[in-house]
Design a protein around this ligand. Structure first.
Ligand code: PEP
Ligand code: MN
Length: 332
């Protein structure tokens, strides 16, 4: 059950009630919000005078549920906004990894020329092998901060584990939690405490239920700005890197109040399929796309096979703008 306390209820009282109900408590703009285990069906008499509104729930998808907030959560960073009553589809683009100043500066210039506001590049890479490029770490974060300063772009980068979470939070405008880190509860809980958007990627072996439950860790910490990202799941198929779960994305759209961003690059794993999937994603009506682009994909230090070169990416932007217009969306 979700409970909004009256806005006159003071913090110690809110915490006392939360303790009594074994509820999680956090402060929203104008009141304290309590979330109790879903089995709770009624409230003790002594608590009732403090209560403004309640939403009984029969699953532990609570704060993300449409039956709590029917409208799409509004997510803002810099001057960019998605969700709420906007019709925006945001394009977030960049290389898989930041590799050098020259590389990231060329991407920044490309994005600026295409009116794209948000650059994504990984600094801490969750590689499957310890023998491959692991990312530039803090040096990469500092370069991204310099990109923001010089080019006015917003920055999103990934947190891989809790050892560098504070640095990522400090340097970025949006924190990305990658598919492999999606179950890390110390990352999820820490992201619940911050007041920046968090892009949560679905693990490739994660059910939709588990995915939204992970989002609940962030939401129940009081951070209302969670973006869900579908990036492909593992199926029996081996010809493509993963299987792009648009059915899952449709389910998220129908049942949750979180914005949904689609990542065709990681789903497909091969550049040849990315433009078609990206166009399908725009037609689908997603709130945003995450697309990997690199000045010289063949030489990329991670995810070389799936990154678009600048010409492919530029052509894709032209096509996506047309499709967005046809489905009543504005590509930003
Ligand atoms: C990435 O975004 O570059 C990445 C590692 O993606 P994922 O977490 O989806 O595998
Ligand atoms: Mn990548």
């Amino acid at each position: 059950m979700i409970i909004h306390l009256k806005n006159t209820v003071a913090e110690p009282v809110a915490h006392e009630i939360a303790h009594q109900l074994q509820a999680i408590v956090f402060k929203e703009a104008d009141c304290f919000v309590l979330v109790t285990p879903f089995a709770l069906k009624s409230l003790p008499d002594a608590v009732l005078p403090h209560v403004q509104a309640t939403w009984p729930m029969d699953t532990d998808i609570q704060l993300a549920s449409k039956s709590y907030k029917n409208e799409l959560r509004r997510i803002r960073w810099g001057s960019t906004e998605i969700g709420g009553d906007t019709n925006h589809t945001v394009v977030i683009a960049g290389p898989c990894s930041i590799e050098s100043w020259e590389q990231i500066e060329s991407v920044a210039k490309l994005l600026k020329s295409l009116n794209i506001s948000t650059l994504r590049a990984g600094c801490y890479k969750p590689r499957t092998s310890p023998y491959t490029f692991q990312g530039l770490g803090l040096e990469g974060l500092k370069m991204l901060a310099e990109v923001r300063r010089q080019y006015g772009l917003n920055i999103i980068t990934e947190v891989k584990d809790s050892s560098h979470i504070e640095a990522v939070i400090e340097y970025t405008d949006i924190v990305q939690i990658g598919a492999k880190a999606m179950y890390d509860q110390s990352i999820l809980r820490r992201c619940g405490e911050i007041r920046k958007p968090v892009l949560l990627k679905r693990g490739f072996g994660t059910t939709l239920q588990e995915f939204v439950q992970a989002a609940e860790f962030i939401l129940s910490g009081g951070n209302s700005e969670v973006i869900l990202c579908e990036r492909g799941i593992r199926t029996f198929e081996t010809k493509t890197r993963f299987t792009f779960d648009l059915c899952g994305a449709a389910w998220l759209k129908q049942h949750t109040n979180c914005t949904v961003i689609l990542d065709p690059s990681h789903a497909m794993g091969y550049a040849y399929g990315v433009p078609d999937l990206a166009k399908a994603s725009v037609a689908f009506g997603c709130d945003g796309l995450l697309i990997e682009t690199h000045p010289n994909p063949k030489e990329a230090k991670s995810d070389a096979s799936q990154q678009l070169d600048f010409e492919e990416f530029t052509n894709l932007m032209t096509d996506m703008r047309k499709i967005a217009g046809a489905v009543g969306k504005e590509l930003i």
